[in-house]
Write a protein that binds this ligand. Sequence first.
Ligand SMILES: *[C@@H]1O[C@H](CO)[C@@H](O)[C@H](O)[C@H]1NC(C)=O
Ligand SMILES: *[C@@H]1O[C@H](CO)[C@@H](O)[C@H](O)[C@H]1NC(C)=O
Ligand SMILES: *[C@@H]1O[C@H](CO)[C@@H](O)[C@H](O)[C@H]1NC(C)=O
Ligand SMILES: *[C@@H]1O[C@H](CO)[C@@H](O)[C@H](O)[C@H]1NC(C)=O
Ligand SMILES: *[C@@H]1O[C@H](CO)[C@@H](O)[C@H](O)[C@H]1NC(C)=O
Ligand SMILES: *[C@@H]1O[C@H](CO)[C@@H](O)[C@H](O)[C@H]1NC(C)=O
Ligand SMILES: *[C@@H]1O[C@H](CO)[C@@H](O)[C@H](O)[C@H]1NC(C)=O
Length: 842
Amino acid sequence: MILLAITVVAAASCVQAQSTAQTNVAPDLRECYIDPSFTNRNNIPPTTIQVLIDIIQQIEDNRNVNNVLNLRELTCLVLQRYRQDGIEYHQPESTIAATTNVLPFAPTFHSFYRNKLLLSRILPVNLQQLANDTVNSPLKCALHRMLSTTVDSRARDDGNSCNQLSQYRAIRTARSLRKHLLKDDVEMLDVAKLNSAKRSGQMMQYNPKDDIDVRNYNHNDLSERQVVTQSQCPLLDGVISTRWGHVSAGSVLAGIAAGAQPQQIPIENLAKGSVINIPNVQSHVTALYPATISGDLAEAVLIQNTERGSQTISVGAAGGWNSTQARRFFMLQAPNGLNNIEMTDPEIRGGIDGFVLGSVMPTLIQNVNSIRLSQVLDMYYTARNGVLDSTRRACNRRALAQTIPTANLIGETLAFAAALDTNMPLRGTIIGGLEQPVNSAVTNFQTYANNNLNDLSCADTETSTTDFRVKTNLYLAVDASWPFTTIYPAISYLLDKIEVGKYGSSVTLLTTFDGGVVVNKTFSLANFHTEYTLARHLSMLRGVNLESALPSITTLLQTELDNERASNYIGGNSTVLLFLLNSAVQINLEIVQNQARILNDSVPDLRVLYASSTNQLDTLWPLTRDMHNDIVTINLSTDGTNVESNMEGVLRRVSNVGRRIINPTCGANFPPDSLSGNRNFVDFVEPGYINYYSVSPNYFHINHDNRRVRISQSVAGVGNIIVCHSRNFIQPRQTNISIGVETSDVECQTLTVGNTGVEINLRGACDENRPINNCQPFHISVQSVIPTTNTALGSACTERGCRFPYNIRYQVQIEEFGCFSGSGSVTYSLTLLLLALIYNFV
Ligand SMILES: *[C@@H]1O[C@H](CO)[C@@H](O)[C@H](O)[C@H]1NC(C)=O
Ligand SMILES: *[C@@H]1O[C@H](CO)[C@@H](O)[C@H](O)[C@H]1NC(C)=O
Ligand SMILES: *[C@@H]1O[C@H](CO)[C@@H](O)[C@H](O)[C@H]1NC(C)=O
Ligand SMILES: *[C@@H]1O[C@H](CO)[C@@H](O)[C@H](O)[C@H]1NC(C)=O
Ligand SMILES: *[C@@H]1O[C@H](CO)[C@@H](O)[C@H](O)[C@H]1NC(C)=O
Ligand SMILES: *[C@@H]1O[C@H](CO)[C@@H](O)[C@H](O)[C@H]1NC(C)=O
Ligand SMILES: *[C@@H]1O[C@H](CO)[C@@H](O)[C@H](O)[C@H]1NC(C)=O
């Protein structure tokens, strides 16, 4: 029945069904070029690998897709529906500027032709298409922009800013260096020529039924066709930001799709009856090559050879983002106009990544039959582990690129160039002899990939990232008096780092004015960015009023606790409330302190943090648990350039909060005689990673002899699992057992598969005569220790909770947890305060 939504068609080739392979903007994508809320990219989610994975996960979870389409089918359908390369703006002549029946965009940039071949003849497809409501419009437009390679060279009024960025200084050096190596002609803009060309080279309407190779216009001289004034730093689309460089995502997906069904295609099938007039060409292409590296190399060969008669083919064109966070605009450094931009740096990376992933797909699918596209991307663009083994990671791209066999690359590129030649209008006719330019292109590609990309290495990746992941429900209370351009990059940074996502953290956006919800709790980065725009920020009530914010946040969090009781939630995530303040806080101390205490007592596992643009320690300290660590001053610049250094402290604090293990019968009211009995939840740890938990004294203050936490493992994974616990160490590890002269209370045990597991006894853990706040929580860690860094990552975890197939499953059991609320201690709140003070100053 579900299949009804996706009609199966028997056609071997689906050109008719593929609106993105036609020579006009696909009907379903036109909205992205018409509706002002999507043409302004600041309103669609940033182009990052995290957002791409998030949107793909949403598609995979769609009821028409989940359990209906396999990885190969889904990847092809995503490319078909959302990737349309080469869409360019064409400035209408003033006389027709006002017509409403013309959309001044059409797929005319060179990248269109290769993708058309790919969609219509190379990627195997036998299903019709994804339903048009699979994702909403903002996500659709974001996905389209992330997958579709094109260049927008319209001059923008930010003309200067593109040269100011520090990234650009580095780029320019790289560029001029390259010019020494590979000479390219510099064409100057000729205004007279432009003006005449503008008339003749005008792009008007296309007949959608026309095939592509009927028109012949000046091919690469965008300034002639597009607009009169050309930007110094044209926008390159189809690029996503990753920690390991900027990547053309379309090539990555195309590589995965082509690799998932390896096949050879006779080149006559690609030439559609035209005669291949290039000698010494192999008769077939292997789908993976034109889908990735050979596709771009062939474009470079054909265009550079016909336009400049060049036998030396230049690859690589650098660029950068004009922001450090929430990246949306990738700018090419193009001081010489748009020459030699057929294979830009992001396309090189995307080609290599797509090739590597495509090559491993058959083995991967064989090992993990249910593997999903989002998982493949997630495993490759990640700090540790990788696809099947740890060499297959984005950080290892440079070494991976050198494993691509040169002879194959040359043969495949030559064959595909010959086929593409019959499909793409060029500014000359090739009458033989492409071997030399192809050899040059392949050699330059290999040299460039080895020397010029300078991406973060695996060693540096591992030392600069933590080996634990944050999984927190973050409540972000934002003061709307922050300028949006200042606070948005900081928020974006934080959400990336705590991994808001299906398997990670959630975010809820509130106002500091009254605690009202601005963006509902979401696990989707893409949805958060769609909702939290400049317009939404400006509509928020400004200012900080803790007296009204704290009670409504308390109510919100108490409702969450009651929901958790209803759903029998035992743990797995932490909860953090973070205030981002830009105005001075004025409070009636007595009232607000009491409110803070109520929140503290009724939501015991919540960590409340304050980050403020000015030092407000004197006002805020009575409201916190730990005045030295829970209040941070952040000095954010207006352009978002110093986010990392300022938000690092906040991030560290958020990351230090252990995942909760709770008694779900407590809810928000903590009934005193409510015992949990035995209950458990399942959790997962990645090889080489560690999970941290905390159990608050609110579940063990008054003694019960059988109260304990038990951690066990029923199925072995790679390596060993070590369980540690401590009262003093927030993040206990084996290495903390002996810490020189100081005594450590850290205790660790290795799990044995199949037995009763490691038992952490909570009997008599508190002095019952002292208030609950004086009793320390239990901190527990579950660490996966793997033998070497190059472990083969076997056993497939296919459960819903498994982010990666190699995740290791274990079980956390609570036994006889109680419910003890701090609110019984109202009478000695003053004593407490003093105690806290003394404690903090000692
Ligand atoms: C999806 O397509 C159907 C039929 O083609 C159309 O009626 C509907 O309006 C489309 N929905 C969206 C969200 O574009
Ligand atoms: C980046 O450039 C785009 C396009 O000009 C502009 O709209 C955006 O505001 C710029 N972003 C930043 C952070 O400068
Ligand atoms: C905890 O996080 C997971 C994903 O990381 C999510 O599925 C689950 O709903 C979260 N639980 C709560 C109570 O927020
Ligand atoms: C949040 O969700 C609730 C119910 O799910 C809805 O009524 C409310 O309008 C949503 N609020 C926002 C700001 O989206
Ligand atoms: C909140 O509780 C902690 C311990 O549970 C205590 O140290 C702190 O003083 C309390 N803070 C407030 C504002 O009551
Ligand atoms: C804040 O940062 C700016 C530069 O980003 C610096 O000039 C200024 O002195 C800093 N202010 C404080 C209080 O640290
Ligand atoms: C515990 O050990 C880890 C890893 O060796 C170390 O980074 C951390 O600082 C130690 N913690 C404390 C509190 O000493």
